[in-house]
Design a protein around this ligand. Sequence first.
Ligand SMILES: *[C@@H]1O[C@H](CO)[C@@H](O)[C@H](O)[C@H]1NC(C)=O
Ligand SMILES: *[C@@H]1O[C@H](CO)[C@@H](O)[C@H](O)[C@H]1NC(C)=O
Ligand SMILES: *[C@@H]1O[C@H](CO)[C@@H](O)[C@H](O)[C@H]1NC(C)=O
Length: 455
Amino acid sequence: MGLKQWIIIVSALFCTTILTAKSVPQADKIISLPGQPQASFQQYAGYITIDEKQQRALFYYFVEAATEAASKPLVLWLNGGPGCSSIGAGAFCEHGPFKPSGDTLLRNEYSWNKEANMLYLESPAGVGFSYSANKSFYGSINDAIAARDNLAFLEGWYEKFTEYKNREFFITGESYAGHYVPQLAQLIIQSNMKFNLKGIAIGNPLLEFNTDFNSRAEFLWSHGLISDSTYDIFTRVCNYSQIRRQYASGSLTAVCSQVISQVSREISRFVDTYDVTLDVCLPSVLLQSKMLSQLQDKEEIDVCVEDETTKYLNRKDVQKALHAQLIGVTSWTVCSEVLKYDMQNLEIPTIHVLGKLAKSGIRVLVYSGDQDSVLPLTGTRTLVNGLAKEIGLNTTVPYRTWVEGRQAAGWTQVYGDILSFATIRGASHEAPLSQPRRSLALFNAFLGGKPLPGA
Ligand SMILES: *[C@@H]1O[C@H](CO)[C@@H](O)[C@H](O)[C@H]1NC(C)=O
Ligand SMILES: *[C@@H]1O[C@H](CO)[C@@H](O)[C@H](O)[C@H]1NC(C)=O
Ligand SMILES: *[C@@H]1O[C@H](CO)[C@@H](O)[C@H](O)[C@H]1NC(C)=O
């Protein structure tokens, strides 16, 4: 830190342009997060104002790469929802440098900042610490507004972090970010801003309403979570896309209501539908007896990390360290309780946007944690395969396993060296939460533009 400041001062004596090129926003610099272990890298957090008059601002958390930050790419990460926090979920539960545990932060050995400079954005306004002072804004948010504000955020952010302006840039995310990520990438290209956008990666994304949601029944049935007879009515009498559509319009028919009750009853409360093999986070009393009945295993996944994160981000000292404020809300929540997102937008297909991006030379990776029953790999794979055919991309790497640590880490297929599909074996909807090591290996290959390692 001292050395860097000294270099800046010396540079300023000789050449002011170097000073601006190297400038970093000191006000946004995080000195240290409460409970944080020693770190070799810089962290920043703060606001970018999107609209001065309406006082609308988006909150970001930026983690520089652990080593050789100046030569590593810049990666924006977006969680979905719509309305969930990329800092709460992405940074503190999935692939940030630290994970909250009690009063402290534990180091994440598989942090994505080993490979990139990671930018986490709470978007749209109304999510997490991001806000609009004029609350009417929250009443009518949709994909178009989210993309427009995300683009405005990037422009403002690059103004603060000028040294990143020409850096290789990737946009990544999961779930409903299957909308946010391609729509933002497309807007960047259309607006001629381009930055230095090289590629996008999306995990367990919503790409096309019917295919994605109707792949659920077979996934649940084939994993033994629902019976033969329930599978039958879940496909023949009332399917999941119908149910989602009816939910969105606020009225479930008696028949569909009966079907979804039967499905939920058979799945039970003890399964996390975002990972059919993962235990659920039980209330603390139950959890304690569970802890007592088994030996603690360090490698075990903390299924309660989201609760830990909520506690951590609501600490006043943590908010102060992050330069965060609660505006118009009384607490920080993982998913927004003020935002009214236009749920009709779920039906906007984004699979064709991926095709346009690939055609314009943007690398596209679509990956699936293979234990997710909410947006299962099977629907995603069908969509990507169909897209490749539609836009005439031939298979360049045929469907095969990819390997990490001498084990099968998933399966992959590459089309035309620009569009890839991959599964992450044993991973949830939030893949880096349950398979951190495999997820980091996938991320690394994606950034390098390399096919995933084979046997
Ligand atoms: C608040 O936002 C709404 C909708 O975005 C807008 O119509 C209204 O004029 C705004 N109010 C003020 C005081 O600017
Ligand atoms: C789901 O149900 C709708 C309405 O009956 C139907 O149009 C559609 O084909 C069904 N989808 C599947 C995958 O069965
Ligand atoms: C794709 O494969 C087909 C059939 O083998 C071939 O005719 C076509 O030229 C290939 N397209 C590209 C872009 O390589």
